[in-house]
Structures are given as structure tokens and as C-alpha cells.
Design a protein around this ligand. Structure first.
Ligand code: CP
Length: 335
């Protein structure tokens, strides 16, 4: 039994499959009391619509209690560095926050996006690691440099539509957006699809948009273990050809991290990476999805978002079911 849900790296394929099976049962039978008397602190250091709603509703549906905290807004700002003179905006230290919350709640869920100043710093995932270190209750990742809850929802959706996913072609495509965004969903997309033995293609505009080597190595190793392939390409036609599932996300180029003006000089050249009907027409009748939120006619066209093959809403719904399954698992509860 796992104590935390910080990423899926240490969860085996069969453990994740078990979660998806339970999620499927919860989809058909959503209500229960298996989390009765369990309380959760949901800490959002960044905005959310889907994550906040699906966690609050999911916890309620299983009889538990959720408390929403937004440090810096309706809760005191938190200092995460040690041995600092706290003369900035933060009113309290993670050591006290984690210790106090651990006396009130049974689990702490955290959303903490990167700061977009230094990738070397952000890639250490310091906020969630600090909660793991200083709290005595389970820690759940609601998106930091990976988005493991989204991973589960994505794979539940992929399996529903493709059935056996092994050696089906999963395309993780970069798409345009005016601002450089978090790599979390892309890191997660290649991690979970490779773990489930899909032939994974990462399409991005040029070498600067290749994801951090940790996730490239992880996906490569997963594919080797599963007898699948991992391919990186900058060729749109090659990438979309015969794809069975297209997953889009925009992210920032890591070599220009913390330097959005320089990154823009790259980014502005690649608006044609937007997902459209022509690209989807090159696939093997693929389904399309995105984690949402999505800017229409920037990241994907109206026609793609409104097409029958777009399963983004279903993936968003599945967040509710997979998170409930994951929370039950952390407490050793069954449905
Ligand atoms: N996909 C996702 O995490 O959505 P929110 O940012 O709205 O929570």
C-alpha cells in the first residue's frame, strides 16, 4: 500500500490498473461512506476549476470532508526555504503548516506550479517534497511538475476507447499558446502512456521543446520494458500518421526558462501546431483529448473540440472517479 500519491513512478502498472478498475466501478456507483470521518486539506497555490471541484465533490460523495486553503489569499502565505529570515510575504513556515494540518486532517493535497524562474530549482519539486517531509499524513499531488491525477483520468479514457492499448500509437503533441506553460501534463502524458506499453511519439517544434531528460529517460525505459517504441519528432505529418490517440498540450521551452521574451521568439513561429481537422485526418481515426483548460482556435480548432472524436470532457469527468479510487487506495479502503 502506498502512503502518498505524488507521482506514478513508483506505482506499478498493475497497481494503476487496479485503481482504474475501481474508478470504473465508482463511475457506475458513485456514492458511499468509505471516507466517512476522513478529512482532507486541499491547498491551492494556483488557480483551478476541475481539480478543486472534482476533489471536493468526490470526497463528499464518499462521506469525507474537504477544507479548501489558498495560501497567500485566504490562508497565510507559506515559506518553503529553510534557514531564512522570513521578512518577505510569507507569514509562516512549511514546518508549522505541515505539522498543524497533520493534527487536523487525514491527508493533504497540494497544487504548486513551478515558479518559471529556474528549471533547475523547479524540477526539484520542493513544495510537495517539503509537505512529504514535514507532514505525518498522506500527501496528494494536484499538479506540480507532474499531474498524476490527470494521468489516471487520461489512461481511463484511452482504455475506454482503444480497449487493449499495448502498441497503439499515442501522440503527445505540443500545441501553440501565447505564453510558455508548465511541462507537467506533457511529462505525465508520456509517463503513463509508456508505462501502459503504448508506442509513444512526442511531437514538438524543435529541440528546445523536448521535455526534461528525466521524463524522456523514464518514457524510453518504460517503452523498452513493455516492448513498445518511444519516438521524438518535429515532423507533423510523421507524428500524426496512423496515431490512435492524440493528446495535446502547450509547454515552455526549457532552455529559455525564466526568459519569456526569448522563448517568444521561438514560440511565435509555431502557431501552425494547433490541432485541426486536417491533422486529425492523417490519423487512424484517432480520439483527441486535452487536459483543459483550452483556448479554442489557439490550441485546437472549434471543429476539433466539437467533433465526436474529442473526448476531453470525458477525461475531465474521469478525474472525479480516478481521484476517488486513489484516495480509497491510500487509506486501504475498498468500495
Ligand atoms: N486539468 C486541470 O487540472 O484543470 P484545472 O486547472 O481547472 O484544475
Amino acid at each position: 500500500m502506498h502512503k502518498n500519491f505524488i507521482n506514478t513512478e513508483n506505482w506499478s502498472k498493475s497497481e494503476l490498473e487496479d485503481l482504474l478498475t475501481v474508478a470504473g466501478e465508482l463511475k457506475n456507483n458513485p456514492f458511499g461512506q468509505n471516507l466517512k470521518n476522513k478529512s482532507f486539506a486541499l491547498l491551492f497555490l494556483n488557480p483551478s476549476m476541475r481539480t478543486r471541484t472534482s476533489f471536493e465533490i468526490g470526497i463528499q460523495q464518499l462521506g469525507g470532508i474537504a477544507v479548501l486553503l489558498q495560501p497567500g489569499k485566504d490562508a497565510w502565505g507559506i515559506e518553503f526555504n529553510n534557514n531564512v529570515v522570513m521578512d518577505g510575504d510569507a507569514e509562516e513556515h512549511i514546518k508549522e503548516v505541515a505539522a498543524v494540518l497533520s493534527t487536523y486532517v487525514d491527508a493533504i493535497a497540494v497544487r504548486a506550479f513551478p515558479k518559471f524562474i529556474s528549471w533547475e530549482d523547479d524540477k526539484q519539486d520542493k513544495v510537495i517534497q517539503a509537505f512529504k517531509k514535514y507532514a505525518s499524513v498522506p500527501i496528494i499531488n494536484m499538479e506540480t511538475i507532474v499531474h498524476p491525477c490527470q494521468e489516471l483520468a487520461l489512461m481511463m479514457t484511452v482504455k475506454k476507447h482503444l480497449g487493449e492499448v499495448k502498441n497503439k500509437k499515442f501522440l503527445m503533441t505540443w500545441t501553440y499558446q501565447p505564453k510558455p506553460l508548465n511541462t507537467a501534463v506533457a511529462n505525465s502524458g508520456i509517463s503513463i502512456s509508456s508505462k501502459f506499453g503504448m508506442d509513444v511519439t512526442l511531437l514538438c517544434p524543435n529541440k528546445h521543446y523536448i521535455l526534461d531528460e528525466k521524463y524522456i529517460e523514464l518514457a524510453t525505459k518504460n517503452c523498452e520494458t513493455q516492448g513498445a517504441t518511444f519516438t521524438i519528432t518535429h515532423d507533423i505529418e510523421e507524428a500524426y500518421k496512423n496515431a490512435d490517440f492524440v493528446y495535446a498540450k502547450s509547454w515552455g521551452a526549457l532552455p529559455f526558462y525564466g526568459n519569456p521574451e526569448e522563448e517568444w521568439k521561438q514560440r511565435r513561429k509555431y502557431q501552425h501546431f494547433m490541432v485541426d481537422e486536417h491533422k486529425m485526418g492523417m490519423t487512424n481515426n484517432a480520439k483527441f483529448s486535452h487536459c483543459l483548460p483550452l483556448r479554442r482556435n489557439i490550441k485546437a480548432t472549434d471543429a476539433v473540440m466539437d467533433a465526436d472524436y474529442c473526448v476531453a470532457i470525458e477525461e475531465a469527468e474521469n478525474r472525479l472517479h480516478v481521484q476517488k479510487a486513489m484516495m480509497l487506495s491510500l487509506f486501504g479502503e475498498k468500495i
